[in-house]
Design a binder for this molecule. Sequence first.
Ligand SMILES: NC(=O)c1ccc[n+]([C@@H]2O[C@H](COP(=O)([O-])OP(=O)(O)OC[C@H]3O[C@@H](n4cnc5c(N)ncnc54)[C@H](O)[C@@H]3O)[C@@H](O)[C@H]2O)c1
Length: 338
Amino acid sequence: VNKIKVGVIGAGILGSLHARVFHEMDDVELVAVADNDASRGTKIGQLYNCDVFTDYNAILDNPEIDAVSVAVPDHVHRKPVIDSLNKGKHVLMEKPLAVNLEDAEAMVEVQRRSGKNLMVNYNNRMALPYANMKAVIDNGSIGIPQQIYAKKLLTIDTPTKDLSWSASTSPIHFASTHDIDMICWFLNYPEVKEVYAVGSKKILKSKGYDTLDGFQAIVKFEGGVSATFESTWILPESCSSRVDGALQIIGDGGILYLDRKEEMVTYVDTIKTNAPRVAMGGIVNNRLQGIQRWSQEEFIASVRENRKPSIDGEMALRTVKICCAIEESIKEEKIVKF
Ligand SMILES: NC(=O)c1ccc[n+]([C@@H]2O[C@H](COP(=O)([O-])OP(=O)(O)OC[C@H]3O[C@@H](n4cnc5c(N)ncnc54)[C@H](O)[C@@H]3O)[C@@H](O)[C@H]2O)c1
């Protein structure tokens, strides 16, 4: 097969994974990577023998490149995504679509006009536990969902060590966005009626990070189904897993649970008990397998087959609307009606 030629914009934690997976896919050629920070790009260039730039326009100006991954911080997705679509590239971008409605709508508008694919990497959907939950719901095994609970709790090293830009996002846009996308997908995108949320800025603010510690929100959908979303990113680093996630879907004919606190494997070292996130993936046959690879495979397949990707900009725009309503409800201390 002819190889699809790709570039990666942003070579941080997630961009490095995108680059690795593209490098490991037989029908893809990783041509170039771009990061403002030259040392990050250079590391990827050395690992995978691709071109390295500090200005992503060098990737977009290469007519041989069919598609790009955009893996830059949450609040700066708009420009590289729009520039890439305008230059005729298909785009796989990191979640969330954006951290405000204006950016999100502008991106979807440009995508529509461009006729190019825009896939948003809500890769949790590719994880076997979540994919199986979707099948259980679609089979009608728990009846019609009525009441939902979704939590995603992260340890404090995410906002204080991993991300230099945590003050420009929040646990809503960074963490619960996955759960909100998931529940909208499970329920086949019902209309939202209203949102009420509370949240606080205390612990992280006192440490110099001006972002929410966490929040709790209730989202009411059409037809009366309601969902509680809860997130925080101030758990101590001594937790066994960096992500404590759970879902509970109560239907009129049953109940469905997911508990990701410790995903079957634990080990104890001299510091603490550790629970690696094995449901998300791992190295098998010397390649990174699991959700990130499957998500990138879906993107490449959508480009090859000239069809919509399974997670598109319109879907991600719905999630941004809910996230922004949660933010507004916290700020204005009121119920936000849609
Ligand atoms: N899908 C998932 O499960 C998942 C998990 C974690 C993070 N993410 C998302 O991935 C994105 C990146 O997060 P990260 O953890 O890799 O952050 P990071 O800070 O590790 O990496 C971001 C990189 O982008 C670079 N950058 C910023 N602006 C740029 C520009 N204009 N051109 C080129 N490079 C630029 C930075 O120098 C940095 O190297 C975020 O949107 C985040 O929410 C997704």
